[in-house]
Structures are given as structure tokens and as C-alpha cells.
Design a protein around this ligand. Structure first.
Ligand code: HXC
Ligand code: NAP
Length: 293
């Protein structure tokens, strides 16, 4: 249709928005940095000079993250770590400090999610997603901040969120509630830790499809046919766009931005009206029969 051009494509992969060397001498911890958006964020920090620490559970993800950073000629440390376990988080930071000194940036990117109607969700399914996404994010932030408070050094935290923190997320009650907690936590921690030089922000991706998405999430997305046309931008996000946003928030150029959650979604979550498309229950969307208890 004439005049419908959508939001322009960003510069190509490999371009950076910040000056070369912005993160020279800085170690950056990215949880879940071996896959998807975490890897895109980690590689952008590396392009700008950072040494990278990747923490997550699975060796194949750690290996993929390592390969991506080494390809850029930067230093990388990978540590097996389940962010539900505070002792494993402490061990990850011990290893990071031994290798690079105290990291200056923490990107809380790791999260858990799968679509399920709320009435079908087991208590352990709820607990697992909240434990990883909300509790794990707090445990990592706490460990990182305590080390900086002790050292008297400034630092920056970026928590990755989701827009259903504001809107609710039908089919994702656990993740939406956890991400609402993450957004709220940004605001509290920014105030508590600002006096100690620690900046805390949130970054919310809109729809950023990538090949590492879990089978559950991919199957859920496959139920929407034209993902580009479903966005006001007329396109989905490109993972490198998230890398630019994350590096900006943690950079010296954003020092006075704290307690803020930046949404990178081409205005998709504001796309609401009193006449939204016809209601389809989550059960129907997922092809499930009636609830039988
Ligand atoms: C219903 C499920 C389920 C599913 C797991 N469970 N998958 N329930 N539907 N698809 C239930 C299990 O039955 C179990 O409950 C409980 O959840 C814990 O499952 P485990 O497999 O034991 O947990 P664990 O091995 O710790 O694995 C965690 C996980 C897994 C969350 C279940 O999917 C994972 O490791 N995910 C990490 C990656 C990820 O989730 N990425 C998505 C991020 S994307 P019972 O009662 O049986 O014991 C994102 C936003 C995307 O967040 C937005 C897209 C548009
Ligand atoms: P992803 O590829 O599935 O990444 C999730 C990462 O979290 C994985 O690397 C995983 O590594 C790690 N992880 C999960 N549980 C963990 C645990 N207990 N301990 C340590 N690490 C754990 O998903 P993604 O799309 O890149 O998502 C990245 C972030 O963006 C998440 O916070 C997500 O909520 C957010 N987000 C994404 C989109 C999107 O469109 N892609 C939209 C909105 C929000 P291991 O399996 O190795 O542990």
C-alpha cells in the first residue's frame, strides 16, 4: 500500500553506535550470553573493547558464546552457573574477578519462559519461571552490587525485561509477573545504589526472533503468520539493535540515566484500541481442548 514504509532497517551488523574502545579495560558479565539476544548484547560489548563473562547452565550455550566473542578477537570467560543458586553466582563472580578484575557491567539477560494457560500451569512451572527470571535477576544484581560497594567502585546494571510487565501476558502469567517484578526492581535498586555509583536500568525487547529461541516459544510464534505486518514498525527487531541499546545504557554517555526501562519494540506494545481483534482464548490459540480439571 502506498506510503506504508515501516521503520527503516538499522545499520548492518558490525556497525557500532559508540566510539571504538568505549569498553576497553571493562569486563562485562552477561547471563545467558551464549544464545540469542544475550549473545547479541555480549558481542556488541566485545566489539567496543570489553572482555566478556558468560554465565549459564548448558555447556553448548557457553561454547557458542565463547566462539562468538573469540571470533571478534576479545577475551572471554565462560562459567557454568544456574542463577537460581546464589552460591553458583558468587563462584561466577569469583572466577570473573580472578580472570579480569571486578566486572564493571552486569547484564541480567537470562530468563525462562514457555506458553501455558494459567489454569494448566503447575505450581512448579510457576515457581521455576519466577525463580529464574525474578529471583535469579535479583541474586545476580545483589552479588554484583555488594562487591562494588565493598570496593567503592562505580558500576552499571542492565536488566532485560519484557513489555508484558506493563500489559500482562496472556499465556505467560508466570513470565509476565516475573518481568513486572524485574521492572519494579530496577526502580528500587537505582535509588538504593545510586549514592554508591551504581546505575541500574532496564531494557525491554519487543519481538526479536532468532534461531536459538526455545521450541516452545518458536511454536507459539508460528501461530502468528506475518510477524512483520503485526508490528507498527512493519518489521521485527534485529538482535544488533538490542546490542546498541544495552551498550548505550551501560556506557559513560548514559551515566545520568538510572532507574529507567527503555523499550525497543517499534511501539508495538502501545498498539491497543477498544476494538482489538476478536478474543481467542489462550486454550484455543494453543489448540487445547476445554479445561477438564
Ligand atoms: C507447561 C512446563 C513446560 C511447558 C516446563 N514446564 N515446560 N509446563 N508447559 N512447556 C514445567 C515442568 O513440567 C515442571 O513442572 C516445571 O515447569 C519445571 O520444569 P523443568 O524442565 O524441570 O525445569 P528446568 O529444567 O529448570 O528448565 C527450565 C525451563 C526451560 C524454564 C522449563 O524451558 C528452560 O530451561 N528455559 C530456558 C530458556 C528460556 O526459557 N528461554 C525463553 C526466554 S524468552 P512439574 O510440575 O512438572 O514439576 C522470553 C520472552 C520471549 O522470556 C517472548 C517471546 C515473544
Ligand atoms: P534464549 O535464547 O532462550 O536465552 C535465554 C538464556 O537464559 C539462555 O542462554 C539460557 O542459557 C539462560 N538461562 C535460562 N535459565 C537459566 C538459569 N537458570 N541460569 C542461568 N542461565 C539461564 O532467549 P532470548 O530470546 O535470547 O531472551 C533473552 C532475554 O530477552 C530474556 O530475558 C527474555 O525474557 C528477553 N526477551 C526476549 C524477547 C524475544 O523476542 N526474543 C522478547 C521479550 C523479552 P542456559 O540454557 O545455558 O542456561
Amino acid at each position: 500500500m502506498s506510503g506504508i514504509i515501516g521503520l527503516p532497517e538499522p545499520p548492518p551488523l558490525g556497525a557500532s553506535a559508540l566510539p571504538p574502545g568505549t569498553f576497553d579495560g571493562v569486563a562485562v558479565v552477561v547471563t545467558g550470553g551464549g544464545t540469542g539476544l544475550g549473545r547479541a548484547i555480549a558481542t556488541e560489548f566485545a566489539r567496543l573493547g570489553a572482555s566478556i563473562v558468560i554465565g549459564s547452565r548448558k555447556q553448548e550455550h557457553l561454547d557458542a558464546g565463547r566462539a562468538a566473542i573469540e571470533e571478534l578477537g576479545r577475551k572471554v570467560l565462560t562459567v557454568a552457573c544456574d542463577i537460581r543458586v546464589p552460591e553458583q553466582i558468587a563462584a561466577m563472580f569469583d572466577a570473573a574477578e580472578a580472570e579480569f578484575g571486578l566486572p564493571g557491567v552486569l547484564v541480567n539477560n537470562a530468563a525462562a519462559n514457555f506458553p501455558v494457560p494459567a489454569e494448566d500451569m503447575s505450581p512448579n512451572a510457576w515457581r521455576t519461571v519466577v525463580d529464574i527470571t525474578l529471583n535469579g535477576t535479583f541474586f545476580c544484581a545483589r552479588e554484583f552490587a555488594r562487591r562494588h560497594l565493598k570496593a567503592g567502585t562505580p558500576a552499571s546494571i542492565v536488566n532485560i525485561g519484557a513489555s508484558y510487565a506493563w500489559t500482562g501476558g496472556p499465556g505467560f502469567a508466570h513470565s509476565a509477573a516475573a518481568k513486572a517484578g524485574v521492572k519494579n526492581m530496577v526502580e528500587t535498586l537505582a535509588v538504593e545504589w545510586g549514592p554508591y555509583g551504581i546505575q541500574v536500568n532496564g531494557l525491554v525487547p519487543g519481538l526479536f526472533p532468532h534461531e536459538d529461541m526455545t521450541a516452545d516459544i518458536q511454536a507459539n510464534l508460528a501461530r502468528t503468520h506475518d510477524k512483520d505486518a503485526a508490528q507498527p514498525a512493519m518489521r521485527v527487531g534485529r538482535p544488533r539493535e538490542l546490542g546498541w541499546a544495552a551498550t548505550f545504557l551501560a556506557s559513560p554517555y548514559a551515566r545520568f540515566i538510572s532507574g529507567h526501562t527503555l523499550v525497543a519494540d517499534g511501539a508495538n506494545w502501545q498498539r491497543r484500541a477498544l476494538t482489538n481483534p476478536t478474543v481467542v482464548t489462550v486454550r484455543d490459540q494453543m489448540g487445547r481442548g476445554p479445561f477438564t480439571g
